[in-house]
Write a protein that binds this ligand. Structure first.
Ligand code: 5RP
Length: 229
């Protein structure tokens, strides 16, 4: 089975969790895109749900496919968020933000009673950190924020390098207009400690460690679907 087929399978299992009237958080990325596609098929068949998109890309896709959208201002509490992840460990801790959407993704997941992660089996890891940790920062004071981030990494026992994310030869800007520092760490020995340290850095808007947010993960493997949580 191709990676794309595995992602679609995980998305299909998550769509089966959706019930009429649900208020949904709609994730971002190639796996979440399959979910929105399959959800839209059910909407066309008459399912009535409403969604909050976690990025402008997901908003555009959902609008194009006719999925009714709302905002967290109109609908501050959601029933279920379905989103992808860059890494998942056995305790349902995640690294997200490979697509640069983790700020909105974390706000939406935090407003949801349940967050179900959908992914192919390659995302499951023993220890988080092989995927570079995205850290969204405001551009003002970048040099000082970077130093403070480096100190927070060291304090949490992490060693590695920080790179300002680029796209097409220019600094990448998130949907909120901020920059991303990608922290290539190799391994994160204590994700909770690192998350707390980064939360304390002024200038960091949000980091991609999602701890205590995911309630389940649907992992598609070539041997079938594995559910965590
Ligand atoms: C975007 C994300 C995505 O969920 C994450 O990057 C996974 O994407 P994909 O499903 O394409 O592998 O966090 O900010």
């Amino acid at each position: 089975m191709s990676l794309e087929a595995l992602k679609r399978e995980a998305a299909a299992q998550a769509v089966a969790l959706v019930r009429p009237g649900m208020r949904l958080g709609l994730g971002t990325g190639s796996t979440a895109k399959h979910f929105v596609d399959l959800l839209a098929e059910r909407v066309r068949d008459g399912l009535d749900v409403v969604g909050v998109p976690t990025s402008e890309a997901t908003r555009a896709q959902a609008e194009r496919l006719g999925v009714r959208l709302t905002t967290l201002d109109e609908t501050p509490e959601l029933d279920l968020t379905v989103d992808g992840a860059d890494e998942i460990d056995g305790a349902l801790r995640l690294i997200k933000g490979g697509g640069g959407a983790h700020l909105r993704e974390k706000i939406v997941a935090s407003a949801s009673r349940r967050m179900v992660v959908i992914a192919d089996e390659t995302k499951l890891v023993e220890t988080l950190g092989r995927f570079p940790l995205p850290i969204e920062v405001v551009s003002f004071g970048l040099g000082a924020t970077r130093r403070a981030v480096e100190a927070a990494l060291a304090e949490a026992g992490c060693a590695g390098t920080l790179t300002v994310r680029e796209r097409d030869g220019a600094a990448f800007r998130t949907d909120s207009g901020n920059l991303i520092l990608d922290a290539a760490l190799g391994r994160i020995p204590d994700p909770e400690r690192l998350a707390e340290g980064l939360d304390r850095v002024t200038g960091v808007v949000e980091h991609g460690l999602f701890i205590g947010l995911a309630t389940a993960a649907i992992l598609a493997t070539s041997q079938g679907v594995k559910v965590l949580g």
